[in-house]
Design a protein around this ligand. Sequence first.
Ligand SMILES: Nc1ncnc2c1ncn2[C@@H]1O[C@H](COP(=O)(O)OP(=O)(O)OP(=O)(O)O)[C@@H](O)[C@H]1O
Ligand SMILES: Cc1ncc(CO)c(N)n1
Length: 274
Amino acid sequence: MHIVTTIAGSDSGGGAGIQADLKTFQELKVFGTSVITALTAQNTLGVSDVLPIEVSFVEKQLQALIEDFSISAVKTGMLFSSEIIQSIAQILAEINIPLIVDPVMIAKGGESLLQQEAIEALRIYLLPLATIVTPNIPEAETLSGRKINSLADIEEVAKVLLQMGVQCVIIKGGHLEDKCYATDYVFFQDGHSFSMKSTRIATKNTHGTGCTFSAALTAFLGRGLPIEEAIMEAKKFIQLAITHDLSIGNGHGPTNHFAYQNFKDSCEVIIHET
Ligand SMILES: Nc1ncnc2c1ncn2[C@@H]1O[C@H](COP(=O)(O)OP(=O)(O)OP(=O)(O)O)[C@@H](O)[C@H]1O
Ligand SMILES: Cc1ncc(CO)c(N)n1
C-alpha cells in the first residue's frame, strides 16, 4: 500500500483542500494522510472565514506522520502564512520524498488563502524543494513577477520558476481565454517540455480543480508512475471529474472525484511535444 500526504487547508464544502485530496487519494487506491494548516468555513458560494492552525501544531501533525509511515509522495495546498511555510519546509528538507507544490493563493470567489507576505516564503523555502509546482496563470504571474499574455510569456515564466530550483513546472491553463480547450504547459529542468490539451467543458462547477489535479498527480507519483505518465494521467483524472460534474450547491460546484474510476477509458488528452 502506497502512503501519500497532503499538507493543506480544510474545505468544509468538501470540493477543494484536504477533502478533495483525500477523496482523490482514495479513488486512486493510495492511503491518504493529512496535515491540516487551516480551517475554512466554505461552500460553493465562497469562503466566509479562515482559522489558521498554530504553527507548532502543524509541525506536530507532520512529525507524527514522518515518525510512523513510509510516505511515497507529499503535496502542499493552502499554507496560509510564511511561518507555516518555513516550518514545513524545514521538516521536508530533511526527508527525500517527491514533493508537489500547488501554490494556492486565492479561492474562486476572490478570498485570500495565502497572506501576501507568504509569497516570498514560497519562493525562498518551498520551491527549491519541489519536484513539481502546479501554478494556475495568476499564481504563475505572482510567483515569477511577470505578466502572461502569450505562449512566449508562459515559457519565460516557467524559466523563472525553474531557476528557483523546482524540477518540473506545470502552468495550468484553466484561466486562459481559449473557449475550445483547457491546455496545461509542462517544463522540465533539462529543457524538455510539452503541452496537454483537453476539451474545455462549459461549466461553472470548477471548485477545487487545482487541488484535485495536484492530488491525482501526488497519488500517481506515489504509486511509482514515471513523472510524465503521472502528469498525463492526472490531467485525465481532472478532465473526467469536470466533465461528469455533480451539480452540488448553488455556486461553483465541486468536481466529480468518482468519475475517473467509471470512465477512465473514455478520455482524450492531446500531447504536443514542444
Ligand atoms: N472548464 C474546464 N474544462 C476542462 N478542464 C479545465 C477547465 N477548467 C480548468 N481545467 C483544468 O483543470 C486543471 C486545474 O486548472 P485551473 O487553472 O482551473 O486550476 P486552479 O485555478 O488552481 O483551480 P482551483 O483554484 O479552483 O482549485 C487544469 O488541468 C486545467 O486545464
Ligand atoms: C481549503 C482550500 N484550499 C484550496 C482552495 C482552492 O481551490 C480552496 N478553495 N480551499
